[in-house]
Design a protein around this ligand. Structure first.
Ligand SMILES: [Zn+2]
Length: 357
């Protein structure tokens, strides 16, 4: 009997809380429902904020500064979003984290921590309100987009008929190899389910073997299928853990495969950051040798602000071997023989870099 009364009391209490909660949300013009983000294309990340209700443009305020993007929503209740906030955010390579402040009850603030620096890296954030959703649902869209879309593009470096030695002498050289992705992060996945993380590791291990045979000291960010920081690390922590392996090294090469929604996209490209002036030379040599050994469409040598090449002090390059999303290139990337050729290309470029030819 007593137990029944208690149960009834508990139910009444829960009922009151539900009513109270709803009433609280109903007092605000809008209630947050979901925050998510995805890669729209190679240059753009789209953030979607769904809410119940309607806001006027004067209620919505977006500010970007450095590596923070702050969205203030007046008269908006956070609802139950805390539980799911950030869950669909980290799939992108641009947003590190999102947090929420609603200290004052008439306003909700979303703070996005970015890997990019809006000012330094040439990104903009464009906000559009889509209130066309039926049944009183609305959506805000923030597109974070590179402003300098063409980057600095060097079509094809020309070194004539110089061939890199793949059996040279690299005694005493200290080289860090970063096999992109790993562990909880598959990277891109091809149409036949080949994962980027397995290709990058296979190629990196072949390069390691060849460099070691030439007397180099090779530092690997990973040699097995693992996260370098931890499976629960943020994007920044994971990428910084890879950069940490470049401390004391004379060169850092990060190996990746490209991916795009259009399966026709194809080819190889190499990237450098302007942080170190020697990085362009490294990226150009890698580009030329990958073209020579790999034979794919050359997308060029480009600047980029990828975290791992921006935050390493030594000459560094990030290379995209081929498109894993392209059926034919996925087949090549899966082949041991083709991986061996790609590894030879990287070793040839490293020899040329250190020996100045
Ligand atoms: Zn990648």
């Amino acid at each position: 009997m007593i137990r029944k009364t208690l149960t009834a009391l508990t139910l009444m209490l829960m009922f009151c809380l539900t009513i109270f909660g709803t009433a609280e949300a109903a007092r605000a013009k809008a209630e947050l429902l979901n925050v998510s983000a995805y890669n729209l294309d190679r240059e753009t990340v789209r953030i979607q904020i769904d809410y119940r209700g309607r806001l006027d443009s004067s209620d919505i305020n977006l500010n970007v500064s450095g590596e923070k993007m702050i969205l203030d929503l007046n008269d908006t209740a956070s609802g139950r979003i805390n539980r799911t906030l950030g869950r669909n955010i980290q799939a992108t390579n641009i947003i590190d984290n999102v947090s929420m402040n609603n200290a004052d009850k008439t306003r909700t603030q979303l703070v996005f921590s970015m890997i990019i620096d809006f000012d330094a890296d040439g990104y903009t954030a464009n906000l559009t309100a889509d209130t066309s959703g039926g049944r009183n649902f609305s959506r805000l869209i923030i597109d974070v987009e590179r402003t300098n879309k063409s980057a600095i593009y060097h079509p094809e470096p020309s070194y004539g008929d110089v061939y890199g030695n793949i059996d040279g002498d690299l005694s005493g050289r200290v080289i860090t190899l970063d096999a992109g992705h790993g562990g909880s992060d598959n990277g891109a996945v091809g149409p036949s389910r080949l994962t980027e993380k397995e290709v990058t590791l296979a190629v990196a291990l072949k390069v390691e073997r060849m460099l070691a045979a030439q007397g180099a000291q090779v530092i690997m960010t990973r040699t097995t299928d693992v996260d370098v920081a931890s499976p629960y690390a943020s994007n920044t922590q994971e990428l910084q853990a890879r950069c940490d392996y470049a401390n004391g090294a004379e060169m850092f090469i990060s190996i990746h495969c490209n991916a795009f929604s259009n399966p026709q996209s194809n080819g190889m490209e190499t990237f450098y950051s302007s942080v170190n002036s020697e990085s362009y030379r490294l990226a150009a040599l890698l580009n030329e040798e990958l073209l020579r050994y790999g034979g794919l469409n050359n997308r060029g040598v480009k600047t980029a602000n990828f975290y791992v090449i921006k935050h390493t002090a030594c000459p560094s390059s990030l290379i995209e071997l081929a498109f894993i999303t392209n059926y034919e290139e996925e087949r090549l990337l899966a082949s041991d023989e083709y991986q061996e050729r790609l590894a030879q290309a990287i070793v040839a470029a490293i020899n040329r870099f250190f020996n100045g030819y």
